[in-house]
Structures are given as structure tokens and as C-alpha cells.
Write a protein that binds this ligand. Structure first.
Ligand code: ATP
Ligand code: MG
Length: 380
């Protein structure tokens, strides 16, 4: 297996009107030997382009790619010792599952007996042993996807590249394949770079996650770090369902503490919304931001009617108006408004409230964040 190092990779496309688009912009990323790294970001942010650059399917404008320290920029795709699994699995319709899996090895002139052994072993691993004689149209979607995976695995590559391989499957099958892929990764101990636009998939599968926006990698870290310590407003808002709530306002220092004061109108400095005293530990980085605009961010699970297990004074109350309640079985989502901002709280499954009802809620300010609205950078 191999360590993949991507340094300052850039890819510019010329579009028909003569405009150019920087699909990948100075991207640097290291995928450790045996790591499962998930690259996540919204549609059009450059994920597929980055994978295709690694695979050698696109020409690089700037930057280097190396496997175990050796540059591979100059190598043709077939010499890169990697296998790519695409969203559309593109199996050969006239070939059986066995032939589809064996095809790449036949092309590479691997001996017949070895092909047979590798295909049968891989089929066993993927639960396809009984399907080998069937053609793609006689297989279910999940089985087809596994054949496409098998076709990559039999080649025993150093690196696997996946481009949204599960997005054609329905939700239950997707969840099942997600689990199987994770198990497979442990078994093969292979280096894997996995692309998805689905942040749940990224959280569930990644050893680490790289979040991308408009060609630029925003943050690379373990899932829980991405979730709890987002580097900026974009990462904070992208990861998590329902997403983090954001409130515009200003920071003020008084009574020996730092306060976030909600602003109800964009164009006045008057703070006439709620006021929250921020947790002391988090306010160190706010020194340069007192008296200036800030965005306050808090996740739905850190808002409640009452917060159990909080130190006295750590939770800060605000008043809001109920807009709607969604009962989801295991939990409930409360949609509410402060007048200036709408937000969502993840509350107890038995929660009941009527629209327009006034409600008092606790914000766990110790778990909250602040962002600089101009740069988007996390300041708390
Ligand atoms: N061959 C090309 N020629 C011109 N522009 C391209 C080409 N390929 C991609 N682009 C543009 O580059 C940007 C990144 O595209 P890319 O396919 O990498 O996005 P993505 O993150 O994979 O999106 P999705 O989640 O929708 O698959 C897009 O704006 C796209 O329109
Ligand atoms: Mg794509």
C-alpha cells in the first residue's frame, strides 16, 4: 500500500465562452498509508477533478502528486497502480460478473489460474460467489455495485479512488454498502480516497475528512474535530443535519465578560435582540473583535428547554417564538424564531408546543462558536 501526497495541485478549465474556472486551487492533502480519507463538498466544488488528477485522467496545471515520496505526475494512468470506482459502475452488459471482474487482469496478461483464484476470492469477500455467472441485468443494484468494486479489488492496487460509488443506490442499500465498504477497508488495509457530497457518509466512513469549497480545501481533520472545531463558517454550516444555527450580531465587553448581542437589523448597530454571556474559556481569541460584528453559531443539539449537567451559569436563556415542531420518533426538531433569526433545536422526543407559543430556551454557550463575518474564520 502507499502514502499519497498531493501538493499545491491546481487545475484550470477553459469554458466555452472563453471564461476560465479554477476547479482545483492549490490543493494540498496527505493520505496516509492505509487511511480512508473522505473528500466532501457541495456539487461543483472540484472533487471529481481532484480524483481525476490523481488518477492521471486530467492534465495537471500546477503541483505534484507522489506515492510513497516518488512523483507520479509523469506516469500514464495505467502505470499509476491505482483503481478508480465511479458513480456509474459501467459494467460490460454482455459479460458475466466473473468476466467483468476478470477483464482488467486479462488485459494485463495475468495467468489464467491466478485470475480465477483472485476473482473467486474477491467474490467471496463481497458476497458475490453465487452471482458470478450472471450478467449485469440479472443482478440487483447493490450486486452490480459490488461487481464494480470487485473489479477494482482484484487488481490489488496500492490506492483506491472512489467517486460517489454509492449515490445510485437507495437509502437502505446505501447504508448497508457503506458499512461493507468500511469493513472491506479494514480487511484490505488499503489507502483509499473517497469522494462524496453527503456529509453523513463522510462522518460515518472517514478516518479523516477533507472539506472542499470552490476548489479550495477548507479543513482536513478527524470527523469529530471537523464537527466540533470547524475551521470556518463554511465547514461549520456544511457538516451536520440539521445544520448549525447562525445569528448575526456584535461582541461587547462588560461586567467582566464578553457578550454576544444579537442584531435585529442588518444596517443598524443597535443590538435589540438577545444578549448572551459567552463561556469564559472560549473568549480568549475574541480580544481583537470586541465592538465588531460577529456571527454566533450553535448546533441544534446544544439548545434545549433545560440543559442537564451544565455548570450553573454556563447555559444562557433566550426568549423565542415557536414556528413548528417535527416529531421524528427518536427526537424532535423545534423550529423557532427570535424575530430576527430562525433556528432549529434538537429536543426531547416527547416535546410539545404550539406555533406562535412563546418559549424560553437554554443555549449551551460553552459549545457554541463565533465567526468573523468578513473572513468566515472561526474566532471562538
Ligand atoms: N472538462 C471540463 N471542462 C470545463 N469545466 C469543467 C470540466 N470538468 C469540470 N469542470 C468544472 O469544474 C468545476 C468542478 O467540477 P467537478 O466535476 O470536479 O465537481 P464535483 O465536486 O465533482 O461536483 P459533483 O458533486 O456535482 O460531482 C465545475 O464548475 C465544473 O463545471
Ligand atoms: Mg463529481
Amino acid at each position: 500500500m502507499a502514502q499519497v501526497t498531493i501538493e499545491k495541485l491546481t487545475k484550470v478549465f477553459k469554458q466555452p465562452g472563453g471564461k476560465t474556472i479554477c476547479a482545483v486551487n492549490q490543493a494540498s492533502l496527505e493520505i496516509m498509508d492505509g487511511e480512508f480519507l473522505v473528500l466532501v463538498g457541495p456539487s461543483g466544488c472540484g472533487k471529481t477533478t481532484l480524483l481525476r488528477l490523481v488518477a492521471g485522467l486530467e492534465e495537471i496545471n500546477e503541483g505534484t502528486i507522489s506515492f510513497d515520496g516518488a512523483g507520479i505526475n509523469h506516469l500514464a494512468p495505467k502505470d499509476r497502480d491505482l483503481a478508480m470506482v465511479f458513480q456509474t459502475y459501467a459494467l460490460y452488459p454482455h459479460m458475466t460478473a466473473y468476466e467483468n471482474m476478470a477483464f482488467g487482469l486479462t488485459l494485463r496478461k495475468v495467468a489464467g489460474a491466478e485470475i480465477n483464484q483472485r476473482v473467486r476470492e474477491t467474490a467471496g469477500l463481497l458476497g458475490l460467489a453465487d452471482c458470478l455467472d450472471r450478467k449485469p441485468k440479472e443482478l440487483s443494484g447493490g450486486q452490480r455495485q459490488r461487481v464494480a468494486l470487485g473489479r477494482a479489488i482484484v487488481r490489488n492496487p496500492k490506492v483506491f479512488l472512489f467517486d460517489e460509488p454509492l449515490s445510485n443506490l437507495d437509502a437502505p442499500l446505501r447504508a448497508q454498502m457503506r458499512l461493507e465498504l468500511s469493513k472491506l477497508h479494514k480487511r484490505l488495509a488499503a489507502t483509499m480516497l473517497y469522494v462524496t457530497h453527503d456529509q453523513t457518509e463522510a462522518m460515518a466512513m472517514g478516518d479523516r475528512i477533507a472539506v472542499m469549497k470552490e476548489g479550495v480545501i477548507q479543513q482536513v481533520a478527524e470527523p469529530m474535530v471537523i464537527y466540533h472545531q470547524p475551521a470556518n463558517l463554511f465547514v461549520a454550516g456544511f457538516m451536520g443535519t440539521p445544520p448549525m444555527n447562525f445569528f448575526r450580531g456584535t461582541l461587547a465587553q462588560r461586567e467582566g465578560g464578553v457578550f454576544f448581542e444579537e442584531r435585529t437589523l442588518r444596517d443598524t448597530a443597535a443590538a435589540s435582540g438577545f444578549s448572551l454571556r459567552l463561556g469564559e474559556a472560549g473568549t480568549v481569541g475574541l480580544a481583537g473583535h470586541i465592538g465588531r460584528a460577529a456571527v454566533f453559531g450553535i448546533r441544534p443539539e446544544h439548545i434545549a428547554e433545560k440543559l442537564e449537567g451544565l455548570d450553573a451559569g454556563a447555559g444562557q436563556r433566550i426568549e423565542a417564538t415557536v414556528e413548528a415542531v417535527e416529531l421524528l420518533g427518536a427526537e424532535a426538531h423545534l423550529y423557532a424564531s427570535t424575530g430576527a433569526h430562525s433556528f432549529v433545536a434538537r429536543v426531547q422526543p416527547g416535546f410539545r408546543a404550539k406555533p406562535q407559543q412563546k418559549i424560553s430556551l437554554v443555549f449551551d454557550v460553552v459549545r457554541a462558536h463565533c465567526f468573523d463575518p468578513e473572513t468566515g474564520t472561526t474566532i471562538m
